[in-house]
Ligand binder design. Sequence first.
Ligand code: SAH
Ligand code: SF4
Ligand code: F3S
Length: 441
Amino acid sequence: MNKAFYLETFGCQMNVVDSEQIVDLLEGIGYAQVDAADKADLVLLNTCSVRDKAERKVYGHLGRFKPIKDQKPELIIGVGGCVAQQEGEQMLEKVSYLDLVFGTHNIHRLPELVQQVEEKRQRGAVTNFLERETRLNLFPERTSKDSVTRFVTVMQGCDNFCSYCIVPHVRGREISRPSQDIIAEVTALVGEGACEITLLGQNVNSYGIKDADELTFAQLLHQVNSIAGLQRLRFATSHPKDLTDELIDCFADLDKLCQHIHLPLQSGSDRILKLMNRGYTASDYLKKVERLKKKCSQIRLTSDIIVGFPNETEKDFEATLDLVKQVGYADAFTFLYSPRVETAAAKMQDHQSGVQKQQRFERLLEVQHEISAAIWQKDDGQMLSVLVEGESKQAQGQLFGRTTSNRIVNFTGSSALIGQVVPVKIVKVHRNSHLGELVEP
Ligand code: SAH
Ligand code: SF4
Ligand code: F3S
């Protein structure tokens, strides 16, 4: 009889891609995926520790599995991802009903860990970081998934050590995957029906810079852009300090590159940017934005912003508001600063009150909502090219897709259009998506 597993994924796109690999590995040892924990023989959480709230969630979710295990003692419970990497074996001590813990460099060992529990009820934790050479051989061979949009990892880890961020501590040093492997994977995915590819890494802009004979990220984009059959190309995430002119020019030169860039600002105050170890000033950032807009007048920018970094003053915060207004982000993810163990910022003294931080956070949200609304409103009545991704879950007979600027559009149409770029007239602008009408040829 087939064994069943249930998997929940938290955090960023890296974890989503890692989860695809987890699925492949578990299918390889006779497990089939199910959609509820109480139907499973094995439940796994792929976790995120970027903020305290995300981390605490893991323990909450594990708690949900306890009554299931009380009913069914042979149930195997495991945790992977960034919290697993950070806490390792300690998690087994904290959570008595947890069976296995696997870190961000140890996904390939999951089958072995599962089999140890199955055969000997032996609990285990593996969280060692692997050397570059070993890791390069472990980039996933993923089986085909039926999807219009796919993600391809170009690099793992991060060397930037922004002072607030746990990612370098839980993902290890930056390592770029050989360009020929990336091109081969994109070609294969396009062959299987993928229309849009997003190249993925914590900071794709520094792709290849550690390897003298590797392509730059801009050169890699040129090569991927020329792959026959590919319709759209995106990348995430970009660190502003490594956004070169060569890369900005790609937005003018590459026909498949979408008109959107996620370029996290974090703060608009030079003092805070320095404390954050970001490696750019507000004016450096603005210059790059100007060049982006010059090369691609329709480009839409999105951002990540942290409010309440240790000892952020009113003046610092106003500098952020100012920059947000000057750039005009189509969308921004705003976060309240959360101290993370092992990071430099966690050791900084902080005299601000929680109330003050919360108030600033709300002020920023309000400003950003207004800007977003005004930007997306410009699409009203326009005819935009939409890559159709699938059937909408909200309404029957509706399809959904995205514009090149990365906006979701819902409209009525036949599922035969999935995978095609079609013209859609925008008839209503909602908070997070557009409603459109298919323009018949
Ligand atoms: N590598 C990506 C982002 C990774 S984390 C990049 O550099 O763009 C995603 C976002 O979480 C960050 O951009 C940052 O805004 C936010 N973040 C990271 N650490 C945080 C912390 N300790 N507190 C609050 N927000 C944080
Ligand atoms: Fe974190 Fe900075 Fe690396 Fe992004 S670039 S993952 S924010 S350390
Ligand atoms: Fe979270 Fe790890 Fe991604 S901490 S944001 S899942 S790299």
